[in-house]
Design a protein. Structure first.
Length: 309
């Protein structure tokens, strides 16, 4: 397929996508009566409308709901699961799901256009061209999920490694006479530079407590947001201690000792695996060099003797 045939198809596709986007944006706009009812239900919407962005930022802000509408989860369970995934990655903004879905759909369109254009130019309207289109679209669609999974894994690891030190400081503060809220605030100030992930979650807990939320709900949300099993077990212990009036300091000390034992066991397990993991680099890279150094001179002498004969 030459450029003469491909150019009209590309122009038609671009015009179709642009018309669809404009119609979606215009069709999704609510009436003034609905907007005023929403403002009565939530007075903060009026302030948000007064602080709208200008220029390119306003275009992106207006296009985000339309782009995310297609991929929007249909059930409340799926919406909650998406919010939990984004919270595990550190995105607690209420608009984070919309932005994430808009990024996925945008990358899907961009990758499909680029991959489809490249496939049509190289292979033409054949099976290989449509295969490149599908592969590019799939890569663009799943790339945000891969990046999000990597970010969640790294953040969980950082929280897990900083949790024993956090618990030790909490134990010291509580045993010194501070309440749990004051101890959390003190620990957040002390570890703000070395462990920003867990201190950010603790600061969010303090903000929710100051707003009047029950401590049980705040601690439960803290465990869900982090997604770390040890944090969830810590939260369960704190909730039980607060419910039955047990000593919080003792509960924190027991959990801290258990965390340190678990971390030491993980280190010992990695140390035991090192011998097996070192086998493959030694066989592939070290043994051939040793073999050449030790056997090389003898092989050269043998070759010389065979040639002399």
């Amino acid at each position: 397929m030459n450029m003469t045939t491909l150019l009209p198809l590309a122009i038609f596709a671009a015009i179709t996508v642009a018309a669809w986007a404009i119609m979606t944006l215009l069709g999704s706009k609510e009436s003034r009566a609905t907007e005023r009812l929403d403002e009565l239900r939530d007075p903060q919407l009026r302030n948000k409308k007064g602080n709208k962005k200008q220029g390119f930022g306003a275009v992106i802000e207006a296009a985000t709901p339309a782009l995310s509408k297609i991929l929007q989860p249909k059930t409340e369970l799926e919406q909650n699961q998406l919010k939990v995934k984004l919270s595990n990655a550190g995105y607690h903004n209420s608009e984070a799901p919309q932005i994430y879905l808009a990024i996925k759909f945008s990358l899907l369109l961009v990758a499909a256009l680029l991959g489809g254009g490249y496939g049509m130019l190289v292979y033409g309207a054949s099976q290989s061209g449509f295969t490149s289109l599908g592969l590019a679209a799939g890569a663009g669609f799943y790339l945000p999920e891969i990046i999000l999974a990597l970010k969640i894994s790294g953040r969980k690891q950082k929280i897990f490694l900083s949790l024993p030190d956090t618990l030790d400081l909490l134990v010291v503060c509580v045993e010194a006479g501070l309440g749990l809220d004051a101890a959390i605030r003190r620990v957040s100030d002390e570890l703000d530079d070395t462990a920003p992930e867990i201190t950010g979650e603790l600061n969010l807990c303090l903000m929710q407590l100051n707003m009047g939320r029950p401590r049980r709900d705040v601690l439960h949300d803290f465990g869900v947001r982090t997604g770390v099993d040890d944090v969830k077990s810590l939260v369960a212990i704190l909730i039980q201690a607060d419910k039955f009036g047990a000593s919080i300091a003792q509960a924190l000390r027991v959990q801290s000792d258990a965390m340190r034992i678990k971390r030491r066991q993980i280190a010992e397990e990695k140390a035991q695996k090192t011998a097996v993991q070192m086998l493959f680099p030694m066989v592939l890279f070290i043994f051939p060099g040793i073999f050449v150094v030790l056997v090389g001179p003898a092989a050269i002498k043998m070759m010389d003797q065979l040639l002399d004969k």
